[in-house]
Design a protein around this ligand. Structure first.
Ligand code: SAH
Ligand code: SF4
Ligand code: F3S
Length: 454
């Protein structure tokens, strides 16, 4: 057993799913009596919650891990844990590669950290990567924010996009019940949280694995039904959800978002490519025309809605003309923000084995051209906020200027203004926008508004 003081450190890589898992694992460690340490060098349990979506994400993990493995040679009572997607992908092989590692645990095992760590503290080296039914959360997460919170609604992904490791590392879709989701949100509301983001890799798949069909033959529990079901949780003023898949996105969902006052007018719908041939090779299951129709329908119902997405450039075989179709889609739609990436071949995915890979130079060149356009379009989109009064939920102090606070508009634009965080944290305020930048805004407070009540 380690001796006191028992301090833990977690570094999280990757997506919101990993961040949510880290918060639950931190909650478990605190329940076990560990205290948070900002500096990994002061901790006796170090957990890396890892991402393997692209090659560079995976490499980052190994460089962090290498440093602590060295430290362990002088301090043998240090416990080193590798959790998350790299752990799932590499499994047992990691124990051989890094002899200092004590525990390798896949994302499906996050809620089992206490059991696993107890085995380690008894002297075992442990690997937990077998597929399991995810246990309902039995512990309270230690959340990073006191204003906004993530709530998982569906784990895993049943899609088979030809470039993507997620289905391999996150397993099959497992939806939580609407009752469990609502109960978690109600508890958040009681604790003073104001905004909830419902999470799933493919959130439109929510409920497909739950029992029950409607008389019209639909699944009884869809994302749309879930939004109606949780839309009146007391205390929660804003509801967001991510990530949406164009293949399953419905007009019913759009209607619900337009109707429900707490659901924010922000849609994160990755399109990945603007070219139908490339979309087909990716196995995405929609055309660029269908994607455009979805955005048109959203804008019919909610003309001011924010649209964000992810896109990949340099997919195997992508020609210059096909890449230009992506540029064209980006120019036509005008995204508020776009996460872009150069295609990275991943182990265990079909596209990694294809022979028509592009050169790094070509991929980097396309990425730069796309990013340039993204900046221009985002700046154009920001213009519409100028001189407008926006509702902002105050989250924190501006880390770069303590005289300012920061929050987000309903459309998810980061907004800064001068004020005192002690007074405004967690409040919805009206802010007049006086300055716009491509991805953020600045303004002046007009009034503090009382939250939506139901
Ligand atoms: N479930 C979401 C995205 C999950 S991964 C969806 O279906 O859209 C987040 C983003 O990483 C993806 O949208 C994609 O743009 C990017 N990505 C995934 N695999 C990649 C790879 N092999 N190379 C480059 N980018 C990748
Ligand atoms: Fe990956 Fe596709 Fe699943 Fe998204 S939908 S997580 S891109 S396999
Ligand atoms: Fe990365 Fe795993 Fe998320 S691979 S993007 S942390 S699901």
């Amino acid at each position: 057993m380690t001796t006191s003081p028992r301090r833990y450190h977690i570094t999280t890589f990757g997506c919101q799913m990993n961040k949510a898992d880290s918060e639950r694992m931190a909650g478990i460690l605190e329940d076990m009596g560990f205290e948070w340490s900002e500096d990994p060098n002061d901790a006796n349990v170090i957990l890396y919650n890892t991402c393997t979506i692209r090659d560079n994400a995976e490499h980052k993990v190994y460089s962090h891990l290498g440093r602590q493995a060295k430290r362990k040679q002088e301090q043998p009572d240090l416990t080193l844990i590798l959790a998350g997607c790299v752990a799932q992908q590499e499994g047992e092989a990691l124990l051989r590669r890094v002899p200092e590692l004590d525990l390798v645990m896949g994302p499906q095992h996050a809620n089992r950290l206490k059991d696993l760590l107890e085995q380690v503290l008894e002297g075992d080296r442990v690997v937990a990567t077998e597929p399991v039914h995810i246990m309902e959360d039995i512990t309270k997460p230690r959340r990073d924010s006191t204003v906004t919170a993530w709530v998982n609604v569906i784990y895993g992904c049943n899609e088979r996009c030809t470039y993507c490791v997620v289905p391999n590392v996150r397993g099959v879709e497992q939806s939580r019940t609407p009752e469990a989701i609502r109960a978690e949100m109600a508890e958040l509301g009681r604790q003073g949280y104001k905004e909830v983001t419902l999470l799933g890799q493919n959130i439109d798949a929510y409920g497909r694995d739950l029992p029950g069909v409607t008389p019209e033959g639909r699944h009884k529990h869809t994302l749309t039904d879930l939004l109606y079901y949780v839309s009146d949780v007391p205390g929660i003023d804003r509801i967001r959800f991510a990530t949406s898949h164009p293949r399953y996105f419905t007009e019913r969902l759009i209607k619900a978002c337009a109707e429900l006052p707490k659901v924010c007018e922000h849609f994160h719908i990755p399109f990945q490519s603007g070219d139908n041939e490339v979309l087909k090779a990716m196995g995405r299951g929609y055309t660029q025309e269908k994607y455009r129709r979805i955005i048109d329908t959203i804008r019919d119902y909610m003309p001011d809605a924010s649209i964000t997405a992810d896109a990949i450039v340099g997919f195997p075989g992508e020609t210059e003309a096909q890449f230009e179709n992506t540029l064209k889609l980006v120019a036509d739609i005008g995204f508020d923000q776009l996460n872009t990436a150069a295609y990275s071949p991943r182990p265990g995915t079909p596209a990694a084995l294809w022979e028509n890979q592009l050169s790094e130079e070509e991929k980097v060149d396309r990425l730069q051209r796309l990013n340039h356009l993204v900046g221009i379009k985002a700046a154009e989109r920001s213009q519409r906020y100028f001189d407008r009064i926006e509702e902002v939920l105050v989250e924190d102090r501006n880390p770069k200027d303590p005289t300012q606070v920061m929050g987000r508009t309903r459309g998810n634009r980061l907004t800064f203004f001068s004020s005192d965080i002690a007074q405004l944290k967690g409040q919805l305020v009206q802010v007049k926008i006086t300055e716009v930048r491509p991805f953020s805004l600045s303004g002046e407070i007009v009034e503090v508004r009382h939250p939506v009540t139901v």
